[in-house]
Design a protein around this ligand. Structure first.
Ligand SMILES: Nc1nc2c(ncn2[C@@H]2O[C@H](COP(=O)(O)OP(=O)(O)OP(=O)(O)O)[C@@H](O)[C@H]2O)c(=O)[nH]1
Length: 501
């Protein structure tokens, strides 16, 4: 009946464990939420990167085979072999026609030392013929037999563009380089970045492989470096005069924690109110790097609100568990009050009825499950109350109850039956044995007395014993035991009578 009691006694420990477990779960949930939110951010950035890549592929793809085609054009090969004025003129015309029909800024041919020999803009004021571009990476790539791809600022026209180059091979030897520059897709893309800049939630920066910014939503950032630049590399860039006399200062970007491979928090001095999540992508199509950003606020608020929800769910769970434990505790308390007498600690009549119900049924089914009732009553208890007061009477009652309770085994039952009456049920059906037990209890009480606040008080009990007959009602059993108790009182008290005496 009181099985719940031990668990409830440990309720504080249980709730503590639950709280620790819930805190652990919330922390795990938080990490998971962060992970998911980061993956979402990364997906967004990756898809924007794919769009950027597609944009440039679409705009620049059509130029891909052009240098190769020009490298095999008779006019250009002839010029490189023997640059007569007529051949140069023809080469210039071929380049100008091709550039005009395909929307290229400029197409030109260089000899093996990087000097421009023919130029689609041969007629204009910024014609490049005679200039040496040997230090330009696209020249060096093509002179080494590769395709040169490069994004940067043209030395001749000072415009940002895409440079594409191929070697001109004559009789298995490289004899020169054909290169072209296209700028218009960059102007269009820059317009898109400016739209982004107005929104400010997402920011894209385009840099060359040295980390020098070529395009962004903030025009003052152009030609600044993304990070404090490597001095050696910057010296090389300056020597090459790839960007004229421009200074390369860092744009003022604070780098925060790395949250995933390639992704980190950053903050720009020019935008102090915002923190961004940044991911960098190599953009081989344009030979540079693209840095994409999203406002970290969205990510943070998603993580915070979802973690908040998880914490709320955990708190609700904890409160639910707390209420449940409190209810169980209350139930256990009520149960204890219902089955244990508060003064003596003996079982109550309520519990006795349940015990008797089981015992009577068991005896009806099994002959060997007999039991007996020993009914005790404190002798002259009224006079103890009258002489020493009710409180001392209570002490005596408690003391006698303890003495009697101490004489029976745990499978037996000691019950406070009435005011100062105590009923003891024992699983003994052998008359002599019950009589011995009854006598032992009487003797124990009479000999020890009870220690109270008023000193040791001598006390005695009288008892009546009846052994249960299978099928007999409990009322009949009590009546028989009570009759014997009455006889014991009449016979002078401090004695225990059985039916067979
Ligand atoms: N102190 C105290 N007294 C109680 C309690 N319950 C019953 N009593 C008292 O116990 C006394 C019982 O008195 P009686 O039934 O007259 O019998 P007795 O004085 O014990 O005399 P005999 O039984 O004839 O030996 C009454 O005065 C009750 O008030 C209790 O819980 N505490």
């Amino acid at each position: 009946m009181n099985k719940m009691l031990p668990g409830v006694r440990h309720r504080t420990a249980l709730l503590g464990l639950l709280a620790i477990a819930l805190v652990g779960i919330v922390i795990l949930a938080h990490l998971r939420i962060k992970d998911n939110a980061l993956r979402n951010v990364e997906r967004t950035l990756d898809s924007r990167n794919s769009m950027t890549r597609l944009y440039f592929l679409d705009k620049l793809g059509k130029y891909d085979v052009l240098p190769e085609t020009l490298a095999s054009a008779a006019a250009i090969r002839a010029t490189l072999q023997e640059p007569t004025p007529a051949r140069l003129q023809e080469a210039n015309l071929t380049l100008a026609e091709t550039a005009a029909s395909l929307g290229a800024d400029r197409i030109w041919v260089m000899d093996l030392v990087g000097r421009v020999v023919a130029d689609s803009k041969w007629r204009s004021s910024d014609a490049g013929v005679g200039k040496s571009l040997a230090y330009r990476p696209y020249f060096q790539d093509a002179a080494a037999g590769k395709t040169g791809r490069f994004v940067g600022v043209s030395v001749i026209g000072q415009t940002l563009g895409y440079f594409l180059s191929r070697p001109v091979v004559i009789d298995r030897a490289i004899r020169g380089v054909v290169a072209l520059q296209v700028s218009w897709p960059f102007k269009d893309y820059e317009a898109l970045l400016w739209d982004d800049w107005k929104v400010r939630e997402r920011l894209a920066l385009v840099a060359d492989p040295n980390g020098i910014l070529l395009m962004s939503g903030v025009s003052s950032w152009t030609y600044k470096t993304i990070a404090p630049a490597n001095p050696e590399r910057m010296a090389r860039v300056r020597r090459s005069r790839q960007y004229g006399d421009r200074e390369f200062l860092p744009l003022g970007m604070k780098v925060g924690t790395m949250v995933a491979p390639g992704m980190r928090f950053v903050q720009f001095d020019a935008l102090p109110e915002k923190t961004y999540l940044q991911k960098a992508y190599d953009m081989r199509e344009i030979g540079g790097r693209v840095y994409l950003h999203v406002d970290a606020e969205d990510y943070r608020s998603t993580v915070n609100s979802q973690t908040g929800l998880a914490a709320l769910a955990a708190a609700v769970l904890f409160l639910g568990a707390w209420f449940l434990v409190e209810r169980l505790r209350l139930q256990a308390k009520l149960l204890k009050a219902a089955i244990r007498d508060p003064l003596t600690g003996l079982y109550t009549r309520l519990y006795m009825q349940e015990w008797l119900h089981d015992a009577v049924n068991a005896h009806a089914r099994h002959q060997e499950r007999g039991f007996s009732l020993l009914l005790f009553d404190i002798d002259r208890f009224k006079s103890i109350n009258d002489t020493h007061g009710h409180m001392t009477g209570d002490d005596v009652l408690r003391g006698v109850a303890q003495l009697i309770g101490g004489c029976v085994r745990t499978e037996d039952l000691a019950v406070r039956f009435g005011g100062e009456e105590i009923a003891v049920f024992v699983r003994i059906a052998v008359r002599e044995e019950v009589a011995i037990l009854g006598e032992r209890i009487r003797e124990q009480v009479a000999q020890s007395g009870v220690m109270t606040a008023r000193g040791l008080i001598q006390v005695s009990v009288s008892g009546g014993i009846a052994t249960h007959a299978a099928g007999e009602t409990t009322a009949a059993l009590f009546e028989r035991a009570d009759r014997k108790l009455y006889e014991a009182k009449r016979a002078g008290r401090n004695r225990v009578f059985s039916e067979w005496d």
